[in-house]
Design a protein around this ligand. Structure first.
Ligand SMILES: *Cc1c(COP(=O)(O)O)cnc(C)c1O
Length: 382
């Protein structure tokens, strides 16, 4: 079975012996002409036409009223949490199955993540587990804040993450968080091009964030974005990510502690070209998912398909194997045979920085950590 799997993956990537990476970028569009144009213009840094154009293109693509391009996805999350008014000593609900940047951004503000379980189908935050936790462990105080009973700490925000591009059930998450007065910031770093009920991920919450790191569906080297439909937050996001400078022909005045988080124009040149290719990349990845689904149908592994009511970008494709021993055997065999595969992230509440954090029952996340394997998912070119 292991050998059949390796042979199958080699056959779909048409390389009989070379190393097959998990996810490599594809530069098959206007990347080089845009980069040349950017260099010729001398505007390679925080000002220039590509970074403005990229923001406009992102707004069109996602339907968000505001899109603010940032230097990376972690910076976008940091700013989004600042805008959601997360403060020192607050608790911020997120999921244990995520990339560490989600929790790091929470920690940058002196807040602590609080872990609520994921759903086995969506791989993202479970609305029912979230509801159970808020219902049994919190109350609303007279300032309309959600307070964690056992610690008397404020729960200011909730950060669901669209794992591997599979959308979280955002309508339920929004409904629950509204009732409990908790702001929602969606970590949509992995889900550009993924839609839930025909609405782009990252546009349901008060704010959402994207990443264009080298391993994501589209990349500009390093980059990210903040999405919001809120006028005040949209304007403030741009202001805070550009050193909070007040406009003036020659004076340098700043009215907030700002951040040097703007996406450089040279990265945006690449980003504009990649965004033009996004729909064809997703079409390609969805065809790959179909091939995998057919192949794994006759194997003792479960290929994960998009949850209901959603259209996924299939960023990193994944299977579930029987147990942790089987998982390790699968990882060992495939990687030894130059087909790159990887397990899910070690759950966040097990990392030394976050092991003190409040963790609800996270049995589904543990189930997935023990069984999930990501398999090669790059856009196929030949
Ligand atoms: C990639 C990623 C980030 C961080 O994005 P960078 O651009 O690498 O800073 C944040 N959250 C999740 C879930 C990610 O996968």
């Amino acid at each position: 079975m292991l050998k059949e799997t390796v042979d199958f993956i080699r056959s779909i990537y048409k390389t009989p012996k070379d190393f097959i990476p998990l996810h490599e970028p594809r530069f098959v569009g206007n990347e080089k002409p845009y980069l040349n144009e950017c260099i010729d213009s001398t505007f390679v840094s925080s000002v220039g036409k590509f970074v403005n154009q990229f923001e406009d293109d992102l707004k069109k693509y996602t339907g968000a009223k505001y899109a603010i391009a940032t230097s990376n996805g972690t910076a976008a999350l940091h700013i989004a949490l600042v805008l959601a008014k997360v403060q020192r000593n607050d608790l911020v609900i997120t999921q244990p199955l995520t990339f560490v940047a989600t929790c790091n951004a929470i920690a940058y503000l002196g807040a602590d993540p609080l872990f609520v379980d994921v759903d086995k189908r969506t791989l993202g935050m479970s609305p029912s587990k979230l509801h159970d936790f808020l219902h049994t462990s919190t109350y609303i105080n007279d300032k309309q804040e959600c307070i964690h009973i056992a610690t008397q700490r404020r729960i200011s925000a909730c950060v669901p993450m669209h794992t591997f591009g599979f959308p979280v059930e955002m309508d339920s998450i929004m409904e629950i968080c509204d009732v409990f007065h908790v702001a929602v910031v969606e970590d949509a770093a992995e889900s550009i091009g993924s839609f839930y009920k025909e609405q782009h991920t990252g546009t349901f919450g008060l704010l959402g964030t994207l990443s264009f790191n080298g391993n994501k569906t589209i990349t500009c080297g390093g980059g990210g974005a903040v999405l919001t439909n809120d006028d005040a937050l949209g304007v403030l996001a741009k202001h805070l990510t550009t050193q909070a400078k007040t406009p003036h022909p020659w004076e340098f005045n700043h009215d907030h502690i700002g951040y040097n988080y703007r996406m450089p124009n040279i990265n945006a040149a690449l980003a504009c070209a990649q965004l033009e290719c996004l729909d064809s990349f997703i079409e390609n990845k969805r065809q790959l998912a179909q091939l995998y689904a057919n192949f794994f149908d006759c194997m003792p592994y479960t290929f994960l398909t998009e949850p209901k009511n959603s259209k996924a970008n299939y960023w990193l494709q994944a299977i579930l194997v029987g147990d942790r021993t089987e998982r390790d055997a699968f990882l060992d065999f495939t990687n030894k045979n130059a087909v790159m595969t990887r397990p899910a992230w070690t759950l966040m509440h097990k990392l030394p920085m976050f092991e003190h954090c409040i963790t609800a029952n996270v049995e589904n996340a543990q189930f997935l950590e023990d069984r999930l394997v990501n398999i090669p998912s790059s856009v196929r070119v030949n």
